[in-house]
Design a protein around this ligand. Sequence first.
Ligand SMILES: Nc1ncnc2c1ncn2[C@@H]1O[C@H](COP(=O)(O)OP(=O)(O)OP(=O)(O)O)[C@@H](O)[C@H]1O
Ligand SMILES: [Mg+2]
Length: 303
Amino acid sequence: MPDLLPQPSPDPAPGSARRQHRADGGAGGARLLAVTGARGGLGASTLLLHLAWALGRRGCRTAAVDLDPAGGLGLLLGDDVLPGLRWADLPTQETAFRAARLVGALPVWHTVSVLTGDARGGPATGEDGRLPGCVHAVLTAVAREHEVVLVDLPRGMPVPVCAQVLLLTGRDLSSAVAAEVLVPRLRASALGQGEDTISSGCQDAAHKGAGETDPVRLVVRGSGEDVTAADLERITGCRVLGSVPRDRAVVQRAARGEDPVRSRSAMRRAASVLARRLVPGAGTAPVSAQQESVVGREGSGWQ
Ligand SMILES: Nc1ncnc2c1ncn2[C@@H]1O[C@H](COP(=O)(O)OP(=O)(O)OP(=O)(O)O)[C@@H](O)[C@H]1O
Ligand SMILES: [Mg+2]
């Protein structure tokens, strides 16, 4: 295993770490996007992987970090075991890593650096259920080396400070009610107002756009059910960025243990449109009118 720990620096001047932190834009200027579902099994991890793939395709240096203690994201990548570090390989109490070395040791899926669990599990939690110090250190290191870090966030876990949140919800009543309950909690957590927080290397810059921009956006799955996107916006007070279809190809690939983005699909098209709305300036891959029609016209970017 490469030496991931930083060299001890001799006698740092008071405040120098903070100055350095500001000078390089906190978390290296990376955008943290936490993806979570209003209820279990809606497809949040699948959405995250499609978004990561689409952002990578747009030329965005993208990472995907699974915070699920059960380590579910790794199972969705397909049967090919990618070489590299998993959560269980990292020292749980470490508070800093050499960013380039850590990232260099991670598996690469398409162009995306991924940190997932495996049969040994995901990030360990302490006896109080909190995540260990190394999660903060990992997010800081990964953020330094990428433009976008997508975090697979289990329900109930605090949002990393500075992160924006994509909340996947269905068009059914129980999803809508769950989203209504979750949005204020996610908002407060992203703004660092929760009881528990996950720092991410940009805590002293506060939330990007705090006070100006809501840190939470909805992504809506499915169609033809009772609740419309407009209803969801009214119920949650949260804007809808776009939607994703129910896609049979996704189900079939998951059942066969195949790479979920291996060929064209409605889900890939929808993710491409969402990626453009998330990071409008990146890359050159054009999005066609057909792709736009897949996700509707709800969203209008989010910077
Ligand atoms: N857009 C979609 N269309 C059809 N099936 C989907 C879609 N997205 C995900 N699925 C299927 O739904 C199941 C759950 O997907 P996934 O693991 O991504 O959900 P999740 O919300 O992350 O679940 P959990 O709450 O356990 O973390 C999988 O079998 C997956 O193939
Ligand atoms: Mg999941």
